[in-house]
Design a protein around this ligand. Structure first.
Ligand code: NAP
Length: 281
């Protein structure tokens, strides 16, 4: 018998707490505000940006949207970010990715003041996560830690296997698990004997980007399985990196897609914005 981890429930609990803290901060005269920059007309990005604005409104955080045309240059985007870096009404800055291909994404992300970098993609914040001394952690991994804590799932002393080594999910997740005293193994596309490694995991994190990649034969009995994937199956339906139907009975806890890790990402963005306002305000 397994427990389905309910990302919406955890998210609602954390957002309630954030809303109370935002109110307390406002009473002290500090107004948390998130600037969201969107460049171009990508429909998926538009949906993400609208969701972020809505989540801000729900928790009392001010949101400021900056929509820039598809042909924006790197310099124009950086010039806006530099203005926002100096703007006291803006506690956090987020540039919705991906940006159009003429824009140098790395230069843009590096131009965000690390104190306002609520996505925590700036190398200064990545470095802080690496040394275990950070205020912001990247939202998706931070959301997974929050879910484990909400369900009282022990991390210390457990073997955590992370499949995926991206800078936004796999690597920071490994660092956060290490900070929480797990023993961590990171796997990637060149890992030999992947199944032998994943079968040793007490906590298995799938951040691969391949639909239903993790199957029951890769999972130890009683493992906790966290699925980061946002993929499409053969019918175009949203699914995760884990074959949920195949794997669930072997697990003790498992996140579904949708309704698992996904809802936590925006919630942790709100939390980082609140932290930024507290630290900078
Ligand atoms: P990514 O940058 O494409 O990284 C994928 C990782 O998976 C890479 O490290 C890659 O290894 C590894 N990989 C690919 N094929 C593999 C294989 N056959 N065996 C073992 N490892 C393999 O992706 P990402 O940005 O981390 O995102 C991963 C998934 O999470 C995507 O579905 C994405 O949409 C989703 N996502 C969801 C959220 C959310 O809020 N829920 C947030 C971010 C991402 P190499 O490094 O060797 O190439």
């Amino acid at each position: 018998m397994y427990t389905k981890i309910d990302g919406k429930e955890v998210s609602a609990a954390v957002r309630g707490q954030i809303a109370r803290q935002v109110q307390e901060l406002k009473e002290k005269g500090v107004e948390p505000g998130l600037a969201v920059i969107i460049v171009g007309n990508d429909p998926a990005s538009r949906v993400y940006v609208n969701n972020k604005k809505k989540a801000c409104e729900q928790t009392g955080i001010n949101s400021f949207e900056y929509a820039m045309p598809e042909d924006t240059t790197t310099e124009e985007l950086i010039s806006l970010i530099e203005k926002l870096n100096k703007d006291d009404k803006v506690s956090g800055i987020l540039c919705q990715l991906p940006v159009p291909k003429q824009i140098d994404e790395k230069k843009v992300l590096n131009s965000i003041d690390p104190k306002k970098d609520v996505d925590a993609f700036h190398p200064v914040n990545s470095g802080k996560v690496m040394i275990g001394d950070y205020s912001f952690a990247p939202c998706t991994p931070a959301g997974m830690i929050e879910m484990l804590k909400y369900y009282n799932i022990p991390i210390e002393g457990k073997h955590c296997v992370v499949i995926g080594r991206s800078n936004i999910v796999g690597k920071p997740m490994a660092m956060l698990m290490l900070k929480n005293n797990a023993t961590v193994t990171v796997c990637h596309s060149k890992t030999a004997n992947l199944k032998e490694i994943t079968k040793q995991a007490d906590i298995l994190v799938a951040a691969v980007g391949k639909p239903k990649f993790v199957t029951a034969d890769m999972v130890k009995d009683g493992a906790v399985v966290l699925d980061v994937g946002m993929d499409r199956d053969e019918n175009g339906k949203l699914c995760g990196d884990v074959d949920f139907a195949d794997v669930c009975e072997k697990t003790s806890f498992i996140t579904p897609v949708p309704g698992g890790v996904g809802p936590m990402t925006i919630t942790m963005l709100l939390k980082n914005t609140l932290l930024a306002a507290e630290n900078n305000g």
